[in-house]
Design a binder for this molecule. Structure first.
Ligand SMILES: C[S@@+](CC[C@H](N)C(=O)[O-])C[C@H]1O[C@@H](n2cnc3c(N)ncnc32)[C@H](O)[C@@H]1O
Length: 284
């Protein structure tokens, strides 16, 4: 993917932040805690940070002073991440943030030297297989845990149901897997591919469902999500556009009235590294 890539709006990220926080699998944080250093520097690299929502969610759940290095290719989003800082850590200690504008698919192992944790959220499905493979290599090379949350895995469920839902969902998934700049995006296949690659290189990979469950309290997000969902489907399958006018109007009216319930499936991954060779031999 190029540094320009697909731009994500600040408004969309603000709208989804509470739903993302509610959806991420909390037990992966429990599994991560024993691998979080008890002393010394805690340096967390957040890849594709957007406006920094991952830090605002995770930093207060982990103890100890933390330094977050947040990476994104979008300078405007990074400005927000630098201004809207995470609250203090779980024990009240300070959290600092450093921004880095970069293409995270072109990171070199040295870029993450000293990392004690790597995070990403809503990122993997935007990558191609080669980009994901490079990212996996860099994460494993850093030798620290990685918490990669909220990758779209395909499958949405709308209530009340409508006969057009399945066709729109299929066209949306195809759009997520579209070929751009000569390479196919992984879309809903990202988690399967990531699991396969990490399982061969890491000590342990944990995977948990992390669906959005949107209802009346998330009516604005449901309406915005639906607009993007049906728009991408129609872009992918042009003949759908003529058939979805009434459907779109009806669904948006339902969403706005808080009468549309939507489940959007995601998955979270926690990757735990092998012990460094020195620790393995002393433990054995
Ligand atoms: C869906 S947003 C998620 C943002 C944030 N992690 C969150 O959960 O709110 C994906 C983010 O990844 C960034 N991104 C996507 N591909 C990237 C790349 N190759 N290099 C750097 N940033 C990238 C986008 O600019 C965007 O900010």
């Amino acid at each position: 993917m190029t540094v320009e890539g697909i731009r994500v709006s600040r408004r969309w990220l603000a709208l989804r932040e509470p739903a993302d926080a509610a959806a991420r699998a909390p037990d992966l944080v429990e599994n991560l805690r024993p691998h979080h250093p008890e002393t010394g520097p805690r340096v967390i690299h957040d890849l594709g940070c957007g406006t920094g929502a991952m830090g605002r969610w995770l930093a207060p759940l982990l103890p100890g002073p933390q330094h977050w290095v947040v990476h994104d290719r979008d300078a405007d989003l990074l400005k927000v991440a630098a201004a809207d800082l995470p609250g203090p850590a779980a024990d009240g200690t300070a959290v600092t943030v450093e921004v880095r504008q970069s293409d995270i698919t072109r990171l070199h192992p040295g870029d993450l030297t000293g990392a004690t944790l790597i995070t990403a959220s809503a990122l993997l499905d935007m990558l191609t297989e080669d980009e994901l493979a490079r990212l996996v290599t860099v994460c494993v090379g850093a030798g620290c845990p990685a918490l990669l949350t909220l990758s779209v895995v395909g499958g949405v469920h709308l209530t009340p149901a409508d006969p057009l839902d399945r066709r729109v969902a299929a066209a949306f998934d195809a759009h997520q897997r579209r070929t751009t700049e000569g390479a196919r995006l992984l879309g809903p296949d990202a988690v399967t591919v990531a699991l396969d690659q990490f399982s061969r290189l890491a000590a342990e990979v944990l995977v948990r469902p992390s669906p959005w469950r949107l209802g009346a309290l998330q009516a604005d997000l449901a309406a915005e999500w639906f607009t993007g969902w049906v728009g991408a489907a129609c872009e992918q399958q042009l003949e759908l556009a003529a058939e979805t006018d009434d459907y779109t109007r009806r669904r948006l009216a339902e969403a706005t009235a808080g009468q549309l319930a939507v489940t959007v499936n995601h998955a979270d991954l926690l990757i735990l590294p092998h012990d460094p060779p020195s620790e393995r031999s002393s433990a054995g």
